[in-house]
Design a protein around this ligand. Structure first.
Ligand code: ZN
Ligand code: ZN
Length: 320
């Protein structure tokens, strides 16, 4: 964030920025805040973004017409050639990139800066990346592209080389907790939210605003434990429920996989505390994490969801 603030002070705003870092640490919020710094109406205040003016509020609530958040789905798709709408697509499609190019080259904008946030950039197909590249090479005036990615190494080198790269990392829980206390979050809640956030400041802020989600998370982790302790038929039953959900709501399934990730991570941390590096729970947790990762990759690669999820449940080790 400081680097971005510095950039606006020097008046040297990079036209393309690659914001690299793991999911859920607040990358989108950082990108939106940067857009707000560039466009904030409050010229007096030393604090930018002021977060109070109309522009700041519209940007932070993702309602500003000149700050576009391009994610997989129908955003900016014009349905050219009469193609079907694709609200559940996993990739950022070429039709969406054409929409971006048309928007930035044709339409006027009101704010001082137009900001296009592309997330996750690793879901740009090759065709989309190539189309985008041309625009990154000759960026329109007062337009900033922010590409967000958890796997910057998987992006085409031609794209990466055009971007100023900034990295967001996981944050020490003590720092997160202090930050929450500074924002007037009550100490008990700050501590719980920090613990639930797993070093991700974006999550900590979400939990501190919605304490009910902390309880929900605890219940879900408890459920993971029950499934691991149950027999194979219960595991398959659970996999089958997840596969059914996949048809209705993919995001929900990915969120469930995130919970599994946290479950194994927490087991790993607990086992590592015993300082016995050959502790069986360490191997088990690592195997669990790997199984979740495989399932995510397979789902991304459109392998049959039921198969991916059953495989994951089979690969989950027992815990003692
Ligand atoms: Zn403002
Ligand atoms: Zn389309």
């Amino acid at each position: 964030m400081e680097t971005l603030q510095q950039m606006t002070k020097n008046g040297q705003v990079a036209h393309s920025i690659l914001l690299a870092g793991p999911e859920k640490i607040g990358r989108t919020t950082i990108a939106l805040q940067f857009a707000a710094i560039l466009n904030c109406e409050d010229t007096e205040s030393s604090k930018k973004p002021c977060e109070q003016c109309r522009t700041c509020r519209l940007i932070m609530s993702k309602n500003h017409p000149d700050v576009i958040h391009l994610v997989p789905g129908n955003v900016l798709c014009r349905g050219e050639g009469g193609h079907e709408s694709h609200p559940n697509s996993r990739d950022i499609r070429i039709c969406q990139i054409r929409g971006v190019i048309e928007t930035v080259s044709r339409y006027p904008f009101e704010a001082p800066w137009r900001v296009i946030i592309i997330e996750p950039a690793e879901h740009l197909g090759r065709e989309s990346a190539n189309a985008l590249l041309k625009t990154l090479e000759e960026p329109p005036e007062h337009t900033v592209f922010i590409l967000i990615s958890a796997t910057p190494h998987s992006l085409p080198e031609t794209i990466v080389s055009r971007c100023r790269q900034l990295t967001c990392t996981l944050v020490n829980p003590r720092i997160i907790e202090q930050e929450l206390l500074l924002r007037d979050i009550p100490p008990e809640l700050a501590s719980k939210a920090t613990q639930a956030a797993n070093k991700r400041p974006g999550e900590a802020i979400k939990f501190s605003h919605h304490p009910d989600l902390i309880e929900e998370r605890i219940m879900k982790l408890e459920n993971c434990k029950n499934i691991i302790n149950a027999g194979n038929s219960d595991r398959f039953q659970y996999a089958s429920e997840l596969a059914n959900n996949w048809r209705k709501d993919r995001t929900m399934v990915y969120e469930e996989l995130d919970i599994w990730n946290s479950f194994w991570e927490e087991n790993l941390i607990r086992a590592a505390r015993t300082e016995n590096l050959t502790h069986p729970a360490i191997h088990a947790s690592l195997a669990g994490l790997k199984a979740v990762d495989n399932a995510k990759n397979n789902l991304d690669a459109l392998v049959m969801p039921r198969l991916c999820l059953e495989l994951m449940l089979l690969q989950f080790p027992a815990l003692n």
